[in-house]
Design a protein around this ligand. Structure first.
Ligand code: SAJ
Length: 423
């Protein structure tokens, strides 16, 4: 069978590769000409373990081609962005235009699958009206389904195969046909339902995480006020067989968990009260973190001309993605509070980020405090004795509870943790 994948980002590209690996002829298309030009030369625009090798193998096998327009195929898979707009409603223009772009190519017997995460009812209310333009009977000539991606960046290939998959058809025939396609590589169970329930289930997963993280962040703030180490307390509470509290931190980043809850809240804000509150709680964490740093510098240590070495730019450990990163928001607060800083990330540099240095040494030279906001493995491996030598003071703030406290203390550091005022 032939598959045409629309959108070659974090989801579309690995999905194209995995279908190609399992014997399908896949044509991946993206409207970004540079992306396609690079892929022709087997060059990547994203970082993901195993991606380059897998891309090379798929292209060399002759099963994977790329272009900037769709082609005729048996199956169309849409994996385009569905971001949030400033008014906290979903921007569905990419989904709409991707659907529109395949209309001239869709023929009787074809299947169209949406993988992008979207507000419930998007397949029914946004995609189907576009697909009607094919003039074909929707549901009997053309089959349509939502099969949301659920993979975590950093482990995409593993999770594509291992995770259970939800398939939501606009009717039974659409669901069954979609299941058959994904069965080629999914080792987890494939659960078939209707399109709107599938959309809801996917958004619920990320909202569950967001609410649970907001709860942890609230507990961190309460713990600071009460002289408790929240990390220790959470660990103890999680010993209970039915408790699984998530981890606090400087905020929730990424393009999924910080976005998808709004897809539930947008049409019914008065009902989605807990969801909306959790979003605000998590969105307030960068300000809470920046305030804490200001307090450390000016009230606790009363430093003359303090400078912060901010470690971490990407939104989570070991990835090179800074979308919605708490680090960016903390820097905005630093600018407003006139806190002097440099930022360093071993996984990424971005010309749009001011005060970014490409060398650890430049970040710590003359710094008064090291603040870790991303739990990169590289940071855990640092030698605090060496770092301390370059600094004017030895203060470290660990917002992710990822550093080894005893080692830093042994190197003469005052060790401060977010959510911890014990002792
Ligand atoms: N975070 C915390 N505390 C935690 C867990 C995470 O503060 O206990 C923060 C992280 O530091 C990060 C953010 O939340 O800033 C999100 O990170 P993540 O690793 O939890 O999730 P994502 O956004 O990379 O991927 C999520 C995953 N969803 C779930 O785990 C339910 C992934 O499976 C989805 O495919 C992905 O969203 C998506 O595309 O929707």
């Amino acid at each position: 069978k032939n598959i045409c994948v629309i959108g070659l980002g974090y989801i579309g590209l690995p999905t194209s590769i995995i279908f190609a690996k399992h014997g399908f002829h896949v044509h991946g298309m993206d409207v970004n000409e540079e992306t396609v030009r690079n892929l022709h030369q087997k060059q990547l625009h994203i970082e993901e373990p195993g991606l380059h090798e897998a891309l090379t193998a798929a292209v060399d096998s002759g099963h994977l081609t790329f272009g900037t327009t769709p082609v005729e195929a048996d199956v169309f898979i849409i994996a385009v962005p569905s971001p949030i707009m400033d008014n906290k409603t979903a921007d569905l223009d990419y989904v709409r235009s991707a659907t529109r772009s395949i209309v001239p190519y869709v023929q009787t017997g074809n299947l169209v699958v949406l993988e992008s995460t979207v507000p419930p009812r998007t397949v029914e209310d946004v995609m189907l009206p576009e697909l009607k333009e094919t003039g074909l009977a929707i549901g009997s000539d053309v089959y349509v389904a939502h099969s949301p991606e659920r993979v975590i960046p950093g482990k995409i290939f593993k999770e594509l195969e291992a995770n259970d998959r939800i398939v939501g058809g606009i009717n039974d025939a659409s669901g069954q046909r979609t299941k058959e396609i994904y069965q080629s590589f999914v080792q987890g169970a494939i659960h078939v339902t209707d399109a709107t329930t599938a959309e809801m289930a996917k958004v619920m997963e990320n909202t569950y995480r967001d609410i649970n993280i907001a709860f942890a962040n609230e507990l961190a703030q309460l713990s600071e006020a009460m002289g408790i180490n929240v990390w220790e307390a959470i660990q103890l509470a999680n010993c209970h067989p039915r408790v699984n509290i998530h981890q606090p931190g400087p905020g929730v980043g990424g393009h999924c968990i910080a976005v998808d809850p709004w897809f539930l809240a947008e049409r019914h804000p008065d009902t989605a009260r807990m969801i909306t509150q959790a979003r605000h709680t998590n969105d307030d964490m960068p300000a809470f973190t920046a305030d804490k740093i200001w307090h450390i510098l000016h009230n606790e240590y009363q430093l003359d001309q303090p400078r912060v070495a901010l470690l971490g730019l990407s939104f989570k450990g070991n990835v090179d993605d800074m979308r919605e990163s708490p680090s960016l928001k903390i820097m905005e607060h630093f600018n407003r509070m006139q806190i002097d800083y440099t930022v360093y990330d071993p996984h990424m540099t971005d010309v749009r980020v001011p005060h970014q240095v490409t060398d650890l040494q430049d970040a710590i030279d003359g710094a008064s405090i090291v603040v870790v906001v991303t739990d990169h493995d590289a940071f855990k491996a640092y030698d605090p004795a060496e770092i301390g030598q370059a600094m004017t003071e030895r203060i470290v703030l660990d917002t992710k509870n990822c550093l080894h406290e005893a080692t830093w203390r042994a190197a003469g550091f005052d060790f401060i943790r977010l959510g911890d005022t014990k002792n």
